[in-house]
Design a binder for this molecule. Structure first.
Ligand code: ADP
Ligand code: 2DT
Ligand code: MG
Length: 212
């Protein structure tokens, strides 16, 4: 299988849609099927930049809105050499949030437009598949309440949902919408099927560049 690369698979969606649950399940299932697979998440809170982000999200420090946006992007760029290396060595990466979260969240703030928000992430490795886990606020509410982090309010999450919808109009990105109000097992089966197809389609393609 030398020369065949792994796929970059991203999970996006609202709070409590099941992204983290499904990302873990997907990594395990793909491994069982014989694909070398690893999980990543953004923000990656363990790096120096990630610690600044973590502190902001936990409301322990305040950062100017452009600044935090750029830190989220930098937190992706700092992982890019590792991401490319793994993909090229044949490892499939399942990523819990990516640049789409970056744009959807910041552009939900006053005076931020989609175009400005996308620029820092232009040229990132392009996901071969973006799985959007769609869940209504009512169903999400049955999965427990919000935590105490900065963006965890109904009014902000409503704006984020609208921004995601705008991003999904972009047909240069391979979005797949999955009804995440189904039970964990059913959602998992669909994600696995879509992922296996993406791995197969990506394996002899060059790694793309996002939003270029
Ligand atoms: P996210 O990462 O999108 O915020 P999580 O994976 O952390 O969501 O899931 C939030 C909560 O909902 C967890 O308690 C999880 O066990 C539960 N959950 C996830 N998916 C489902 C599902 N399909 N049906 C019911 N509960 C779910
Ligand atoms: P979780 O760790 O629960 O997913 O919450 N966010 C994330 C941004 O504002 N910009 C980004 O670029 C990314 C990746 C979404 C992380 C929170 O951080 C927000 C929720
Ligand atoms: Mg999560």
């Amino acid at each position: 299988m030398a020369g065949l690369r792994g796929a970059l698979i991203v999970l996006e969606g609202a709070d409590r849609a099941g992204k983290s649950t499904q990302a873990r399940r997907l990594v395990e299932a793909l491994k069982e099927r014989g694909y070398r697979t690893e999980g990543l998440r953004f923000p990656e809170r363990t790096t120096e930049i990630g610690q600044l982000i973590g502190s902001y999200l936990e409301k322990k420090s305040n950062l100017e809105d452009h600044t935090i946006h750029l830190l989220f992007s930098a937190n992706r760029w700092e992982q890019v050499p590792m991401i490319k290396e793994k993909l090229r060595s044949g490892i499939t990466l399942v990523v819990d949030r990516y640049a789409f979260s970056g744009v959807a969240f910041t552009s939900s703030k006053e005076n931020f437009d989609l175009h400005w928000c996308k620029q820092p992430d232009v040229g990132l490795p392009k996901p071969d598949l973006v799985l959007f886990l769609k869940v209504s606020p009512e169903v999400a509410a049955t999965r427990g309440g919000f935590g105490n982090e900065i963006y965890e309010t109904n009014s902000f999450q409503e704006k984020v949902a609208k921004r995601y919808a705008q991003l999904m109009d972009d047909k240069t990105v391979n979005w797949k919408l999955v009804d995440a109000s189904q039970d964990i097992e059913n959602v998992h089966r669909q994600l696995k099927e879509l992922s296996e197809k993406a791995i197969d389609d990506a394996k002899d393609q060059p790694i793309g560049k996002l939003w270029e």
